[in-house]
Design a protein around this ligand. Structure first.
Ligand code: BG6
Length: 297
């Protein structure tokens, strides 16, 4: 699978890579459209080529589509929010996100809708190629249909996020961290904060902190970390302890069980319970609210 996208849609593609490789066992590459369109790309035979775009009109994405090696591509697929867009018209297949019109430039509901479509795609690919058995698919489906309820509950987090946004409003810079599917979510959280509040923010894979970004740590630097209660939890705790020891102001976002593991955090945002595999979908909501409230401040 080759995914091409820009901005928030690119971050949805990065999450999808974890799902497509994890659930369907298929190799998946993700690339920024503005890079892909200008370079000599090598496409593996029988590639499913996916463009993700809210609008379906982003020039770099359309140029990437027109630049691909048709000989090797089995099918082109648009994951798009606008059924009448150029992207949907020019691809072989389309999965519509049906999120309704995005009013603001910063993509929000389209992102969560893209993630839902992409995890469904990963599950279907995994079932069709035999990587997932029927009972696992049923289990995932039962959990997936609970996601809209969890997202709805996340919309009630405004009051608990308000004091954190108040703290962020004077920050010069802010780091976002995560591991596994929560790494792309960290990049998306940082992009939302930049785009809405004009505060510098960067998303990193938690494990990369020690390979350079740790030099940025100073007293009071806000570090927003997405945390999960899976096998990665212990590693995240140790990354955050190092950041806290250097004066970082640690804000954690995760389920109650996950945030309870970080007893040294300065602030906690508790998301509704969900399977760790769906955490980027539910965790996106508080990240968007945090950016919105910080911008209002
Ligand atoms: C940018 C927006 O211009 O385009 C981002 O600021 C958006 O929010 C990106 O994610 C890509 O847009 P689209 O429509 O291709 O998903």
């Amino acid at each position: 699978v080759q995914i091409v996208a820009c901005g928030t849609s690119y971050h949805a593609g990065l999450v999808a890579k974890y799902w497509i490789e994890g659930l369907a066992g298929m190799p998946c590459q993700v690339e920024i459209a503005s890079e892909y369109r200008y370079r000599k790309v090598v496409t593996l035979p029988n590639t499913l080529w996916i463009a993700i775009s809210q609008s379906g009109e982003t020039a770099d994405v359309l140029s990437a589509l027109r630049h691909l090696d048709c000989e090797q591509v089995a099918a082109t697929l648009a994951v798009c929010n606008v059924p009448t867009s150029s992207l949907v018209r020019e691809t072989d297949l389309a999965l519509l996100t049906e999120a309704g019109p995005e009013i603001g430039v910063a993509s929000t509901k389209a992102f969560t809708a893209q993630l839902i479509v992409l995890i469904c795609l990963a599950i279907v690919l995994g079932r069709q190629n035999g990587h997932l058995d029927a009972s696992r698919v049923t289990y995932l489906y039962q959990k997936l249909v609970k996601i809209p309820g969890a997202v709805g509950k996340s919309m009630k987090l405004f009051d608990s996020i308000r004091p954190i946004a108040h703290k962020l409003k004077n920050a010069r810079s802010c780091l976002f961290l995560g591991r596994d599917t929560l790494f792309p979510l960290a990049c998306e959280g940082a992009l939302k904060l930049k785009e809405l509040s004009y505060i510098h923010a960067e998303g990193f894979a938690s494990g990369e902190m020690k390979h350079g970004p740790i030099a940025l740590l100073e007293d009071g630097l806000p570090i927003v970390s997405f945390v999960s209660e899976d096998e990665m939890a212990l590693k995240v705790i140790s990354n955050l302890k190092e950041a806290e020891a250097r004066g970082g102001y640690i804000i954690v976002i995760g389920t109650q069980a996950a945030v309870d593991l970080i007893d040294f955090a300065a602030a906690k945002i508790v998301i509704p319970d969900c399977e760790p595999i769906f955490a980027p979908i539910v965790g996106a909501i508080p990240a968007q609210i945090l950016a919105y409230l910080t911008a209002l401040n």
